[in-house]
Structures are given as C-alpha cells and as structure tokens.
Design a protein around this ligand. Sequence first.
Ligand code: CIR
Length: 253
Amino acid sequence: MFSKAIVRKPSRSFENGITSVDLGKPIYKNAIIQHRNYIDTLKACGLEIIELPPLEDFPDSTFVEDPALVFENFAVITRPGAESRKGEILFIKPIVEEHFQEVYEVKSPGTLEGGDILRVENHVFIGMSERTNESGADQLLEILKTNQMSGEKVELHEILHLKTGCSYLGDGNILVSPALFDFKGFHSLNKILVDKNEEYAANSLRINNFVIIPDGFPKIKEELDKMGYFVKTIDVSEFRKMDGGLSCLSLRF
Ligand code: CIR
C-alpha cells in the first residue's frame, strides 16, 4: 500500500521542456488544471500529497519520477541522462532525505532516470534507454542487492523510457505495449497487451485499490473494468505533449 506521493507543480517554463512528439505546445493554464486533478485523484486513492513548488529553471521538473527512486526503506537520487534535467536532483534530494533515512546516489559516469525503472514485487527491470546507461544500471543493481532485491537490464527500442511501454498492476498483471510484448523477462507475468492505438495508456498507475489510466483509451479501460479493477481516468493531455505519462508525475511510497 502507498500512503504518500511527492509531486511538483509545473513551471511557467513547462513548454520549453524536452519532447519527441508533435502534439503542439502545452497550454500552461490547462496543465495546472490537469495537475490539480491528478493530485485530487491521488488523494481519492488514499494518498497524502507532498506538493513541491515549481522550478522555472527546469521545465521538465514536474516529472518528479525521473530524478529519484523510492522504495519502502530506502531511496535513490538518480542522475538524469538529459543534460537539462541533471540539476533537478539538487531540488528533490532534500525532500527525499526528509522521508528516507537510507538515501543512495547514482554517481558519474552513471546516468539513470526513474522512468526506466519498473518494479515488479522485489525485482526491478531497468530500461537501457538513451537516458540510462550501463554504469547507472550497474550502480542500481548493487544498491538493490544490498537491500535484498534483484534486478535486470532491459534493452529498449522505440520508446523513451521503459515505463512509457509498461506498468505493473500488482497480482502478477502487467500492462504492455506492443514494443515490449515479446520481452522474455515478463514471461512469468500475465501480460495485458495495450492496443497499438492506445499505446499511451501503457503508462498507467496502480495505487492501492485503484488503477488510474489516462482519458480517451476505451479498449484498455473496458478490459481493466472486466478484470475487476476499480479504474479511474484522468486527462493528462498537456503532459503527453511533453512526453510525460501518469507515472512520471509523482513519486509514490
Ligand atoms: C523528458 O523528456 O525528460 C520529459 N519531457 C518527459 C519525462 C517523462 N518521464 C517519464 O516517463 N518518467
């Protein structure tokens, strides 16, 4: 069960962040409204929200999932692979240290972003994206071992981060986009294939008794409803314009 989430309000500079999609510029006013709804939805799932102020110098800093990893008893300050995001760690570290006694840090030349980290029970899959390198992944594997957890690397193609294409829902169920469907590491899990046209919904969130998915993806919603999940949908279209999904907007613990 999760009880808390860290989020960071989008900055006015949000539209200057990194993106690979061609969906137009985000509208700041709408991003603020959507972010507020996101917070309200997390609260409705039972979470206490720790809301951090916007960082104008870091347009992507609302995507708090990338500069830190949080587990039950320890946390890791990452080292983002995107140059413009490296400085975000200075601003997330003090908050993480307030909540965790054991805090590790990924050191140079390692790079690693939280979006590449998928936890499945006590095992962690590490996406080898353009943002996460061998050294970053090896450092995390050591940290996991020290904490009686295991991990493995996943070669990535086509997608920005590992979790752009999959989400673990608990109970052995994993949402996967076609890009990751054949990945052997997921063989023991029940894979729920997200239709090519609904790929964006592969990044969803299981929070306590609920699954939150983005608005506008009826097929996957129907499938999850049928499986008996309590599904909530929210509009995060302004964040999608900047390559962000539901998981990127919070650190849950
Ligand atoms: C970036 O490219 O870094 C941001 N515009 C989007 C980050 C999305 N984060 C995530 O998937 N964890």
